[in-house]
Design a protein around this ligand. Structure first.
Ligand SMILES: Nc1ncnc2c1ncn2[C@@H]1O[C@H](COP(=O)(O)OP(=O)(O)OP(=O)(O)O)[C@@H](O)[C@H]1O
Length: 658
């Protein structure tokens, strides 16, 4: 009311004032007042709503003044003008007046004067020790991953949640990574270090450790800290290695294990020569003294007693890791072998109980558990135990076999290493509970799909597909097959064959879709859990070929002569010409984990994956080790488009999925 009558009284003069000034004046008069103690007090619920200036000291003073009646303000202004102004006042007036004459001239300012900006930017003067304004709890919270902005990942929140890495830890790891430049920076035996360049990554121009290798290798090489509290009842150091797909996790845990084995061997040799010297001395004193002969000298002491075990979920991964170690062992000279249910029992026995001994055994959990059940000593000298693809192996289906293996290894175990590209929150909590002193070796980009992988979304409901997913899939493959090949840097010529992996959710669909694609002139093969192991490994060979410099000395088969790469017939049964230079593998999640499909540039997600974990692993078959890749997801009426959109947006931002 007061405001309205004031405006009426002043209407003639107000009309001459700019409109905005009138609005501010009336609202401020209506809502502000000055308290008895001189402090500014807002009397209405919307007291501060019309503020157009920042709440600096100056702003408060100005607002105070506007709460006076006009005549009082004039009076105060006159008094102030009569006094000798302070430097601050001079500055203030000079800055606030130019927008208009009179005491309210500065009220409509919407920009901050330069001098005020400077004052605001300058650091506050420290008076004594800094005060902790937040409770310790809230300070800790601010260290953790900053909350995502509104609007991000609504749909993904409904998914099985992935573990996070705190902001503080990301920064710490980034600093650690920056300190390491080459493999020379690691405390590895020269023999092991040289094998990386010569065998595992031979021929590459510049070999630099990947982020997970920079983080994990020094930590795994560190000698056990006697002061530190270990996990379990024995002296076990436990580690969690987690990094993006195709980022070199295998070498990250393998190189320290090889280093440890070689150092142990050297110590054992020294001990052996000392023992020999003792026997010689005894014989010199007493020629009748003869050391009792060993029960069976033909067998190496590691026969059936491996020093390290690597557990993997599938036979294909066992073959892959075993091949890598075999390559390295040409220089490093370690005895290793892989066993899985694909081998006949007598071959498994020969591999495990070989006369030459076995340093590293690579196995699937169920098979190893059944061997350990009949011969528990097989786990009696294990110093390193690696649980690769940990989120799968700690799942219900595998944990029944994995848990007893860990337990039986415990008495001799030194390092227990869990490794994965995805760590769901429930697994993280389980590990934290079971191994409270576990060292987390996690890279800053964990759970992010590399930005070099592009994701395209195809709406199968639109023309020309009209809801037919099979037609959409065949059309996408024809599009890829006919497009010009864009080679990546350093790409070998045999990579020019376009290899495409199509992921479906149901195993029955693999055969049905592969048959359909064949009828459409596409060279497609199906692979699922029930496919015979031998055929599975043969099929995968066509998609896991490596550049020539990375092939092992025993791997003499040139990729061109691999059965799985043989060109299919040039025409279909109906006489339709086949799509040239394109190979398609239709598969389920069985091929989504760990398989090093370096040569695959395109992954088609025929079905929308059930979880972000599946998205990460399936798309992780392309864009490996700095190669470019493309993912294409087919979405229909019944699919969660919101989830696909959020994954795509997250990938575009290079952000970790949740
Ligand atoms: N430092 C390096 N420089 C270049 N290439 C490397 C390096 N380390 C490993 N690689 C190559 O990167 C590829 C992927 O490595 P690896 O299979 O260990 O990845 P990963 O992180 O275990 O992937 P996934 O999570 O899918 O199992 C391999 O072909 C390997 O030879």
């Amino acid at each position: 009311m007061y405001a309205i009558s004031w405006i009426r009284l002043q209407s003639s003069t107000q009309r001459q004032k700019p409109r905005l000034e009138r609005m501010v004046l009336s609202s401020e008069v209506a809502t502000g007042s000055q308290g008895r103690d001189g402090s500014h007090r807002r009397t209405g619920a919307f007291g501060g709503m019309n503020r157009t200036t920042p709440p600096t000291d100056m702003g408060i003073r100005r607002t105070r003044r506007t709460s006076y009646s006009r005549s009082r303000v004039d009076g105060v202004e006159n008094r102030l003008a009569a006094q000798k102004p302070s430097t601050f006042e001079v500055n203030r007036r000079a800055e606030t007046r130019p927008t208009g004459p009179g005491p309210f001239g500065a009220m409509n300012r919407v920009t901050v004067p330069d001098s005020v900006k400077v004052r605001a930017a300058s650091p506050p003067i420290s008076r004594g020790p800094p005060r902790l304004t937040k409770s310790p709890k809230s300070v800790k919270k601010s260290d953790e991953t900053p909350k995502r902005k509104e609007g991000e990942y609504h749909a993904l929140k409904m998914q099985k949640a992935l573990g996070t890495i705190s902001y503080h830890n990301r920064m710490r790891v980034k600093r650690e990574i920056a300190e390491v430049e080459t493999f020379e920076d690691f405390d590895l035996l020269p023999l092991v270090r040289d094998a990386v360049g010569a065998r595992a990554l031979g021929g590459q121009v510049e070999i630099v450790p990947t982020p997970i290798q920079k983080v994990a290798i020094p930590a795994l090489l560190r000698r056990p800290d006697k002061e530190r509290r270990h996990d379990g009842s024995t002296n076990v150091d436990s580690f969690l290695l987690a990094a993006e797909t195709g980022s070199g996790k295998t070498l990250a845990y393998l190189l320290p294990i090889l280093d440890h084995i070689k150092r142990t061997e050297a110590k054992e040799k020294m001990q052996e020569s000392k023992d020999e010297a003792k026997i010689v001395k005894k014989l010199q004193k007493d020629p009748t003294f003869i050391e009792a002969p060993a029960l069976d000298d033909r067998y190496h002491h590691t026969s059936g007693r491996p020093r390290a075990i690597i557990l993997l979920p599938t036979a294909e991964l066992v073959t892959q890791v075993a091949a890598l170690i075999r390559q390295l062992s040409f220089d490093v000279k370690v005895r290793s072998d892989g066993i899985s249910a694909t081998y006949a029992p007598h071959i498994i026995k020969r591999k495990v109980f070989s006369e030459n001994g076995i340093d590293i055994l690579i196995a699937t959990p169920h098979l190893l558990e059944s061997i350990a059940f009949s011969d528990p000593n097989i786990l009696s000298r294990v110093r390193h135990l690696v649980i690769d693809e940990a989120d799968s192996l700690l799942d219900r289906s595998f944990s029944k076999a994995v848990d007893p293996i860990i337990e039986k290894c415990m008495p001799s175990l030194e390092k227990l290493i869990f490794c994965s590209a995805t760590i769901p929150q429930n697994i993280e909590k389980y590990l934290a509970r079971k191994y409270p002193n576990m060292t987390r070796l996690v890279t800053p980009n964990l759970h992010a799909i590399p930005r070099r992988v592009q994701l395209s979304v195809i709406d199968i409901e639109k023309d020309p597909y009209r809801g037919n997913r099979d037609i959409a899939c065949a059309d996408v493959i024809h599009g890829i097959g006919k497009s010009a090949h864009e080679p990546s840097t350093n790409e070998p010529p045999e990579f020019s064959v376009k290899r495409i992996i199509v992921f479906v959710n149901e195993r029955e669909k693999t055969i049905e879709l592969a048959d359909y694609l064949k009828r459409k002139g596409i060279d497609a093969v199906a692979m699922h859990r029930d496919t015979e192991a031998e055929r599975r490994s043969d099929l995968l060979k066509g998609f896991t070929i490596r550049p020539p410099h990375q092939r092992g000395p025993k791997d003499t088969t040139p990729p061109e002569t691999l059965k799985s790469l043989e060109p299919a017939a040039t025409v279909t049964e109906s006489g339709r010409p086949m799509l040239a230079n394109t190979k398609v593998l239709v598969t389920t999640d069985i091929a989504s984990r760990g398989i090093d499909t370096l040569a695959v540039r395109n992954v088609i997600l025929y079905d929308v994956p059930h979880s972000t974990i599946d998205f990460i692993h399936r798309l992780g078959r392309t864009g490996r080790m700095k190669m470019r890749g493309r993912g294409i997801v087919l979405v229909g009426r019944h699919d969660r488009r919101d989830i696909v959109k959020e994954v795509k947006d997250g990938m575009f931002r290079g952000q970790a999925l949740i």
